[in-house]
Design a protein around this ligand. Structure first.
Ligand SMILES: [Zn+2]
Length: 286
């Protein structure tokens, strides 16, 4: 089912059982090159929530930059001192200052949703991730620049991690199977911003994508998306901006009483087909 169809069936109370809506967040280029051909092969509609401010930026999303700087194999200085918004943080990489390919391979499926920290590098990544999440874009970039100097690397954009370009966003929606939705301009935690900035992030992304695509863009997804990452005020701004629905990341399935402006979603991780099949059965209750 398409996300915009869901808005209609929720409104008139005709939500079908066991329907699935597929969404992708952030606007990675691989949504066009990897996901779209597969969606087309199986005729599955999907919505891609694009972070408008990253289009054509020739840079990676900040969390990927952080991963590239800290969790790729190679040698880094043993000590890290970094200033985050006026306070200095210090860490010691110890034995993993030199991080071998085998160690990297061993931990490559680790992600920041997991609370375990298999090495000091993961501990530092997670600590910085949690600090950077709450910073405004400018201050966050300053820290990333500082880390880049410390790591002795040049800014680079991995082909596997880059965001969609303007032409690619346009190309994504031809064929009618894929809808583009908004995911703000810079992917902030909206609840940490004053109302005016939230409005700029939300309305700005709608205006940008509508101008680019020459059509209304009516779906929205809250960046990060858990309950603490947006407020009732945010929901009101999304509604007033003219969106007809918004997705959160609260893990649940949609039911008749679901609020179209706080649609829950189940996150699909890096699972193989069998695991996904098992989870789907679990979510649908057998
Ligand atoms: Zn996101």
């Amino acid at each position: 089912m398409q996300l915009q169809q869901l808005v209609g069936v929720l409104r008139d109370g005709s939500l079908p059982r066991r329907a699935i809506i597929v969404t992708f967040d952030d606007g990675y280029a691989d949504n066009l090159y990897h996901a779209r051909p597969l969606l087309e092969r199986y005729d599955i509609p999907a919505t891609v929530f694009v972070t408008a401010g990253y289009i054509e930026q020739e840079r990676e999303f900040w969390w990927d930059e952080l991963e590239r700087l800290l969790l790729q194999p190679g040698t880094l200085p043993e000590k890290l001192h970094v200033n985050v918004d006026g306070s200095t943080h210090e860490w010691n990489l110890g034995e993993v200052a030199r991080y071998r390919q085998e160690e990297y391979e061993h931990h490559r499926h680790w992600n920041y949703g997991k609370d375990d920290k298999p090495t000091p590098r993961h501990h530092i990544f997670l600590s910085l991730y949690r600090l950077l999440r709450f910073l405004p874009e400018g201050k966050r970039q300053k820290v990333l620049k500082e880390l880049e100097v410390w790591a002795g690397t040049k800014p680079t954009v991995r082909r596997t991690h880059r965001a969609l370009l303007r032409d690619e966003v346009i190309h994504l929606v031809d064929g009618k199977l894929i809808e583009v939705g908004c995911h703000t301009m810079t992917h902030p935690i909206l609840s940490s911003l004053p109302q005016l900035e939230q409005r700029n992030e939300i309305q700005g992304s709608k205006k940008y994508l509508e101008q680019l695509l020459g059509r209304p863009v009516s779906s929205f997804a809250y960046p990060h998306g858990s309950r603490s990452d947006y407020t009732p005020e945010t929901v009101a701004i999304v509604r007033e901006a003219g969106f007809t629905c918004a997705c959160s990341n609260s893990a649940d399935i949609i039911c008749r009483s679901s609020d179209p402006f706080e649609l829950p979603r189940m996150q699909v991780e890096d699972w193989d087909g069998d695991e996904l099949d098992r989870r789907l059965r679990e979510w649908f209750g057998g």
